[in-house]
Design a protein around this ligand. Structure first.
Ligand SMILES: NC(=O)c1ccc[n+]([C@@H]2O[C@H](COP(=O)([O-])OP(=O)(O)OC[C@H]3O[C@@H](n4cnc5c(N)ncnc54)[C@H](OP(=O)(O)O)[C@@H]3O)[C@@H](O)[C@H]2O)c1
Length: 331
């Protein structure tokens, strides 16, 4: 943490790694110092593009670099737990992409390691830090629309990727639920908490990943959440929160920093527009930096219990649907 700057290392050079590298440019007290790839040439090209000082041809070398404070894990799902444990073992703090682990067992292992090593760890659920999502919660808390009765939320787009791509690749723990269904599930948990009952159904691919997944959560207080995810339908990414006196609409690509609006039963509409910095991924990085600087191992905002509730809920959905990753679930 020389000169008060937190030094970042990134594992992986894919799509989200690029967005995060861009985001770090607008994060105070941060420096992207190293990037690691399975192939040195890829790390070098990434480093040249984003002006990263060090590039490595393996993830382990980034974790071994004594100048790195925190590792951002941007690899596919099947590697999150192993990469996290490796980074924590080397004394690094960790910000790990969603889903945190493939199942509750992996997430508990990661959190326990962070606790033992006394290092910060957080799931990179960037939507939790976006101004539109924070405003939704504020509106609900204010009570101006009354109690929430129904959340509808979907995240679906036609994926044109080939079967070996991580969307469809079972070895990489692909499938719509863990990749994109996690966002509607996150939103419902954030608004309504852990459900009492879950009903879920998936349309499976021949190789056993879920092409599409449909989920309903029942709560003890008369509220429901109805969600789905799909790689087959180009439906969009929209959420509505229906309350006793009206609704909150989070329009398409709701997980990005967009405006929201409320519509009451008498037709009164109110728009909320947000100013935001960077590309949106900077907010989660801001939080990680603040926590590391203040010696915290857990964020108060995206805390460990929330991540546990999230993965346990995903596990319950997978059980309902028969979505199994044999290399991880051991069943
Ligand atoms: N927060 C968000 O908005 C958001 C958006 C998209 C994805 N994600 C999450 O971010 C993670 C990565 O997604 P992505 O879209 O960046 O994926 P991607 O473009 O496929 O990149 C993944 C990277 O992981 C590395 N990797 C290691 N083993 C691999 C393997 N067997 N096959 C393919 N790649 C492998 C590769 O980097 P090297 O070859 O350089 O080692 C690859 O570039 C996932 O957990 C995903 O759910 C989050």
């Amino acid at each position: 943490m020389e000169n008060g700057k937190i030094k970042w290392g990134i594992l992986g050079t894919g799509r989200i790694a690029r967005k995060f590298a861009e985001a770090l440019k607008s994060v105070d007290n941060s420096e992207l110092l190293a990037v690691g790839s399975r192939l040195f040439e890829k790390a070098k090209a990434f480093a040249n593009e984003f002006r990263v000082y060090k590039s490595y041809g393996s993830y382990e070398e980034v974790c071994r670099d004594k100048d790195i404070d925190i590792i951002y894990i941007a690899t596919p799902h099947h590697l999150h737990c192993a990469n996290t444990i490796m980074a924590l073992e080397r004394g690094k703090h960790v910000l790990c992409e969603k889903p945190f682990g493939v199942n509750g067992r992996e997430v508990r292992q990661m959190l326990e390691k962070a606790r033992v090593k006394n290092r910060f760890i957080m799931e990179a659920m960037w939507s939790r830090f976006l101004p539109n999502i924070i405003k939704v919660k504020e509106i609900i808390k204010s009570g101006e629309l009354g109690k929430v009765k129904l959340v509808t939320s979907y995240f679906s787009f036609k994926s044109f990727n080939p079967p070996e791509h991580r969307h469809f690749n079972k070895e990489l723990c692909g499938g719509s639920l863990l990749d994109i269904g996690i966002y509607p599930v996150f939103l419902s948990l954030y608004i309504l908490g852990k459900p009492e009952k879950i009903a879920a159904m998936a349309q499976m691919s021949p190789n056993g990943i879920d092409y599409s997944c449909s989920m309903t959560f029942k709560y003890p207080d008369e509220s429901l959440a109805v969600m789905h995810s799909s790689f087959l339908a180009n439906e969009g990414i929209v959420s509505e929160i229906h309350c006793e006196k009206g609704k909150i609409v989070i329009p398409d690509r709701w997980f990005t920093p967009v405006s929201i609006k409320t519509v009451t039963f008498n037709g009164a509409e109110k728009d909320y527009n947000f100013e935001f910095r960077g590309n949106g991924y900077n907010y989660e990085a801001d939080e990680a930096v603040k926590c590391v600087q203040s010696g915290k191992i857990e964020s108060d905002i995206m805390n460990w219990n929330f991540s546990l509730d999230l993965i346990d809920t995903l596990d319950r959905i997978r059980k309902e649907c028969g979505i199994i990753y044999p290399n991880h679930d051991f069943i």
